[in-house]
Design a protein around this ligand. Structure first.
Ligand SMILES: Cc1cc2nc3c(=O)[nH]c(=O)nc-3n(C[C@H](O)[C@H](O)[C@H](O)COP(=O)(O)O)c2cc1C
Length: 117
């Protein structure tokens, strides 16, 4: 989080990092090259493994405006409904745009409500 707050604003990256139960899900939004470069940098980080891209799309609208990297930490016992839905869609090869944006808007609401689980 320290790195995100230090680096992301300068390269135009916003997003969210959701974690719990040993699982992390991160959204990186910003200029294509900056987002991809950051993803490659994160891939090299030994603190995690088995990274997968769930969804990637061009867009002209950010969801996490103003969040250099919002953090949502859930209790292990709480299921990540949004993530589970995305994972089940992923098994069907393609994540539907609406399912993805609905899930992300759910995370934005949690951030904006200031809730932390
Ligand atoms: C799950 C995960 C997400 C990360 N997200 C970011 C990020 O959004 N921005 C960032 O600068 N570093 C992020 N990092 C840290 C990078 O892997 C790396 O340690 C950091 O960017 C190094 O910063 P520096 O080049 O300023 O020393 C993340 C690491 C992990 C494990």
């Amino acid at each position: 989080m320290e790195s995100s707050r230090r680096n992301n604003p300068a390269i135009g990256i916003t997003g969210v990092l959701v974690h719990g139960g040993g699982l992390f899900m991160q959204v990186l939004e910003g200029p294509e090259q900056a987002a991809l470069r950051m993803y490659v940098k994160i891939l090299d980080d030994q603190r995690h493994k088995n990274s997968q891209i769930i969804y990637i799309t061009p867009t002209d609208k950010r969801i996490f405006v103003g969040w250099s990297m919002g953090v949502i930490a859930r209790n292990d016992a709480v299921e990540f409904e949004q993530i589970m839905e995305l994972r089940s869609q992923r098994r069907k090869e393609v994540v539907q745009s609406k399912v993805f944006t609905d899930a992300m808007r759910g995370f934005l609401k949690i951030l904006n409500d200031g809730q932390r689980y």
